[in-house]
Design a protein around this ligand. Structure first.
Ligand code: ADP
Ligand code: MG
Length: 246
């Protein structure tokens, strides 16, 4: 069983082909890096995987279940989570309240007033525990808009992990971070449990290659290479179109 089975996925916008006939398989527990120049189709791939856009053609399975026709929230319920290039926090709410909201959204089961009261307490405990675990408790009481950009990205990542997803899509989680924050966030990603399969779009090659088991290279919407770090570094076409110009 694969975590993700992507089969001939294509998407065009108007006349522009953003993704063409891309196929690959990601094994459970794998950390898959997606690289490619700007406009290569990386974010489009994530939008198709998470269900923001429907593919023009192709099929997608999550743990052997065909999810091609499923809506975003249905894929989320099956354990697919993602972060965005732009932070999704509610700016005027505290970090703690953002965490509580995210946990509540992931909370399953029918609503009942008694269960609700008990679960409020459990949610609060869980939120505190998460913040402590990620060493973000010092900023728990601050408004999301008041914390630094790097801290926002860390909270984003923590929230994406809060409901222990089976598959996590990370779209440039380290873009715009200081060198110290890159070290911290890459450490956070490295420390995630292998029970979560990770797909990562990242520009910082040194950091990204270090995190990845396998790498898929996109260029102009097509998959042009796939393999482990040494294989990709040695790939002539990749060097020519991508690594060489970086
Ligand atoms: N919603 C959209 N509407 C129109 N064109 C889009 C849309 N999303 C992506 N594209 C186009 O698809 C191509 C791939 O974009 P994208 O997936 O964002 O690339 P990357 O993330 O690799 O930089 C680009 O030419 C982009 O302009
Ligand atoms: Mg992108």
């Amino acid at each position: 069983m694969s975590a993700l089975d992507i089969q001939s996925l294509s998407r065009s916008f108007g006349g522009v082909s953003a993704l063409s006939n891309v196929s690959f398989t990601v094994e459970p527990g794998e950390r898959r890096l997606i690289i490619g120049p700007n406009g290569a189709g990386k974010t489009t791939l994530f939008n198709l995987l998470s269900g923001i856009f429907a593919p023009s053609a192709g099929r997608l399975s999550l743990f052997d279940q065909d999810v091609t026709a499923l809506a975003m929230h249905e894929r989320a319920r099956l354990g697919l989570a993602r972060t965005f290039q732009i932070t999704q926090l509610f700016p005027r709410l505290s970090v703690l309240d953002n965490v509580l909201l995210a946990l509540q959204t992931g909370h399953r089961g029918a609503w009942s007033p008694l269960r609700s009261m008990r679960s409020q307490h459990a949610l609060y405990e869980r939120a505190q525990q998460l913040l402590a675990q990620w060493q973000l408790d010092p900023i728990a009481g601050q408004q999301a808009r008041a914390i630094s950009y790097g801290e926002q990205r860390q909270v984003d990542l923590m929230l994406a992990m809060a409901n222990t997803p089976r598959v996590l899509l990370l779209d440039e989680p380290m873009a715009g971070l200081s060198a110290a924050e890159v070290v911290r966030v890459s450490g956070m990603i490295r420390s995630l449990p292998r029970s979560t399969t990770i797909l990562l779009i990242e520009h910082d090659m040194d950091v990204a290659f270090d995190l990845a088991d396998q790498i898929t290279v996109l260029h102009q919407g097509r998959k042009i290479a796939e393999g482990d770090g040494p294989a990709i570094r040695a790939d002539a076409q990749v060097n020519e179109i991508y690594l060489g110009v970086d």
